[in-house]
Structures are given as C-alpha cells and as structure tokens.
Design a protein around this ligand. Sequence first.
Ligand code: GRF
Length: 194
Amino acid sequence: MTRKRVAILISGRGSNMAALIEAARAPDYPAEIVGVLSNKAAAPGLGTAAAHGIATASLAQSRFPTRELFEDAMTRVLESWETDYVCLAGFMRILGADFVNRWMGRMINIHPSLLPAYRGLDTHRRALADGVAEHGCTVHFVTPGLDEGPAILQARVPVLPGDTPETLAARVLVEEHRIYPEALRLLATGQARL
Ligand code: GRF
C-alpha cells in the first residue's frame, strides 16, 4: 500500500489535526500526514505537529499584496511536501477560486454543523437559538461555494436541555474527531470521490 501524502491547514488549536495525526499513526491507515501549514504563526496546533516530528510552516496573508499571491505561496509549500490531499482543520480563511480549483476533489474540510444547515461561523449558537433537536458535523469536499461541497460523512448529536454553545460544541467536537479520520480514509482509498 502506498500511503497518500496529506497536508493539513490550520489556524488555531488543531484538535482535528491531532485526531488525523493520531489516526495516521496506525500502520494500516492509508494516509500519512506530511505537513501542517498555518496562516497564524501563533497557532497552538503547530507545536503539536512539530512534537510529532511533522513538518510545519506558517504564512501570514498580510505579508502578501494579494490573496492570489498568498495562496500561490501556500501551493508552493504544499507542493514541496508532495501533497496528494489537503485537509482543512479549523483554517479560518476563505479560499479563492484558483486555489480551490487547483485542489478540487483533493481537498476536504470539517464543518461544525449538519450541512447544508448553518454554513459559516457561530454554528452552535445559531443552532441553539433555533431550538433544533439535533446538531452535528460534516466532512465535505471543498468547492468554490463556502461550505457547499458534497458531504462525505456526517455525525449527529442531540441538543440537550441546558446546552450552551460551549457544551454543544464539545459534544460535536467528539464526533468531529471520530469522522474526520474516517472520511480521510475514504478519500485516500478512493472510496469517496468528488
Ligand atoms: C472545529 O470545530 C471545526 O469543525 C471548525 O473549526 C474548529 C477547529 O477546531 N472548522 P480545531 O482547531 O480542530 O480544534
């Protein structure tokens, strides 16, 4: 088995990144994590990745005159790692069409809602405000429309009496860490295809 080479894009904590790194430690996992790229130099996830001996890089968009040049620089880093697939894991920048098209079918994201419900930010608070009975998370292909690409896996959790955005987020996060490695497995083995 040739393991697929996967890069992870983060902006912060990196708990989903850590779940992917952990899964990829299994010898029979079909992907290896070859690099972690952050748009924030202070992202705590960079330290976690480095502690696992994984290559890291950070690029601040503010240092580039245009988004296109920033994203070209990201692509150069990803290509230097011979990246097959890209996982967005709490990467808090909207990506431009050129970058998305370049990686289309090879780039996935985890989103903390049952898409197509609650695209965008602040999903847990919005779900609670609507009084929904169920909430969850989605791993989906990244396409040019924000949070619009086809889903690979979803997981549901109940909304419980007394939930706050924080308690609900914590319940969803457990499921994120379960389905993201599973979705990457499906992608890397060709069982999930755009
Ligand atoms: C997660 O809730 C993920 O669904 C969303 O951003 C958050 C990132 O958390 N896209 P972490 O950095 O993986 O801990």
